[in-house]
Design a protein around this ligand. Structure first.
Ligand SMILES: C=C(O[C@H]1C=CC=C(C(=O)O)[C@@H]1O)C(=O)O
Length: 473
């Protein structure tokens, strides 16, 4: 058994090396760099340990993303290609990333047989609003920043896979490259050992301008009364100072263990790590099938089952929350009707229950029309009125002018895209940015005409809880 497994591994390695040699010839023939990507089964590896251990190899270039059902978990390490794009005249940042990705994929040599999330996959995200004045808080996190990692561990329904991505130039020294890959791989092999995560550092918490935030809710409701806006999402920040550095690895492991039914993500850029547990899918594409979720309208979880059910029932019938939710359903449905066929959406929301909070929830599905891609849908949908407001451009301008916070990547799309055009993006809420012993946590609420500043303030406190408890792990 051992010997058979060993000889299969050697055969696979030979095939991978042949792939590199073929890529080098192709690069020379075409006179341009070629992407080569190969995938191997790697059953023993644990994704959280891999994320932690890979920090020894390439700190500052790690990405972790898991869907809310844990069907697909991706851990990227290092970079082979970086897609950092801006809006320009004639092309937005989403289509610029897509165009450049397709150009690389068109000539790539890809060998993979591991199914969804294997082969070359770009992973990363976008900022909430490229027009908002930037601060130093988000240094390293650009308006669009997706990475094709050098190494990508994928967990999916078929098993665990390691994809290696390299770009070969016409002048490539293949022997040197093989040596380098072997060296890196043997460091990563240590990731097979499971890591135990240290306890979080104690920290002090400072609320950033809570009174101004409450006042801005009063301002927003007045704008809504004057019919300049119908709904706007206002967010605020908590600043944490740790006794020592916060641990991205421990925080991630705690979110992963304690926030089921949430997307779990961690995106490193240099000494920063943006991390969170979001309940909200923006859009997923599987072949032609498109899926989105409307998540807006909230109440706390009950102390026992009886109280929890009563709170849920109250939420389902509460007009203020239903209005807040309906803006999101209408906008997502309209986008789906334009970009896809056979759109399906239930008449009434159900409840999506998380550890500390429950939300109104409506799924939307459709079949993509010709020319509709995952990133064109991300562009079309972002920000939904669950994160921005309604009307779309008025609420966005209002946030830009009135919100004290630099949202950076908070409430923006985070996810992945593969070489076939499949992938998924969630919205990065219930999140925080860790940088050494400093952390900023973010939470926001949909404000409608009936919103009360004190109640909204209380609601943000529930929304900070997943990150606060993960940091206390
Ligand atoms: C903007 C956030 O939540 C949104 C998503 C779900 C429910 C929401 C609400 O009920 O206000 C928000 O629209 C956040 O958690 O920071």
């Amino acid at each position: 058994m051992e010997a058979g497994y060993l000889s299969m591994t050697i055969l696979k390695q030979q095939a991978n090396w042949e792939q590199l040699t073929k890529g080098a010839h192709q690069a020379k023939e075409m006179g341009q760099p070629i992407l080569v990507s190969y995938t191997q089964r790697i059953d023993a590896w644990d994704p959280l340990s891999f994320f932690a251990k890979a920090g020894n190899l390439l700190h500052g270039e790690r990405s972790f993303w898991s869907d809310s059902t844990r069907e697909i978990v991706l851990v990227g390490v290092g970079h082979t290609l970086i897609f950092d794009e801006r809006d320009t005249v004639g092309e937005n940042r989403f289509s610029a990333v897509e165009r450049k990705w397709k150009e690389w994929v068109a000539n790539a040599l890809i060998s993979e047989n591991g199914g969804p999330g294997t082969g070359p996959v770009i992973i990363g995200g976008f900022s909430f609003d490229p027009e908002k004045k930037k601060t130093d808080l988000w240094k390293g996190y650009h308006d669009a920043s997706l990475i094709l990692p050098r190494w990508m561990l994928t967990l999916n329904e078929h098993g665990r896979w390691l994809t290696t991505n390299v770009v070969l130039t016409p002048e490539e020294n293949i022997a040197q490259l093989k040596e380098q890959l072997n060296k890196e791989k043997s460091i990563l092999d240590e990731a097979a050992q499971t890591v135990s995560f240290a306890k979080g550092t104690p920290f002090v918490t400072k609320e950033v301008a809570p009174d101004s935030w409450k006042q801005s809710i009063g301002l927003a409701t007045r704008e809504i009364q004057k019919e300049k806006l119908k709904k706007v999402v206002l967010a605020r920040e908590l600043r944490l100072t740790g006794e020592s550095s916060f641990s991205p690895e421990g925080t991630l492991a705690s979110l992963h263990a304690n926030q089921p039914d949430s997307y779990i993500f961690a995106i490193e850029r240099g000494d920063g790590c943006f991390i969170g547990a979001s309940p909200e899918r923006l859009v997923k594409r599987e072949g032609r099938r498109l899926l989105s979720n409307c998540v807006a309208g909230s109440t706390v979880r009950g102390a026992d089952i009886k109280e929890d059910l009563a709170l849920g029932e109250e939420l389902l019938h509460d007009q203020k929350n239903k209005d807040e939710h309906d803006f999101v359903v209408q906008m997502i449905c309209e986008a789906f009707c334009q970009e896809s066929e056979n759109v399906e959406v239930p008449d009434e929301p159900t409840l999506h229950k998380l550890r500390y909070i429950q939300h109104l929830f409506t799924p939307v599905t459709g079949w993509a029309r010709e020319g509709t891609s995952l990133l064109s849908m991300v562009h079309r949908l972002h920000p939904t009125p669950a994160l921005g407001g309604w009307p779309w451009s008025e609420s966005l301008s209002w946030i830009r002018e009135q919100e004290i916070l630099d949202r950076g990547w908070y409430a923006a799309p985070i996810g992945w895209l593969d070489a076939r055009g499949d992938g998924e993006f969630c919205v990065a809420i219930r999140s925080g940015l860790l940088r050494g012993a400093q952390a900023s946590l973010f939470a926001g609420n949909g404000i409608v005409e009936e919103s009360d500043p004190e109640k909204e303030y209380e609601e943000t406190r529930w929304k900070f809880r997943p990150m606060l408890s993960a940091l206390e792990h």
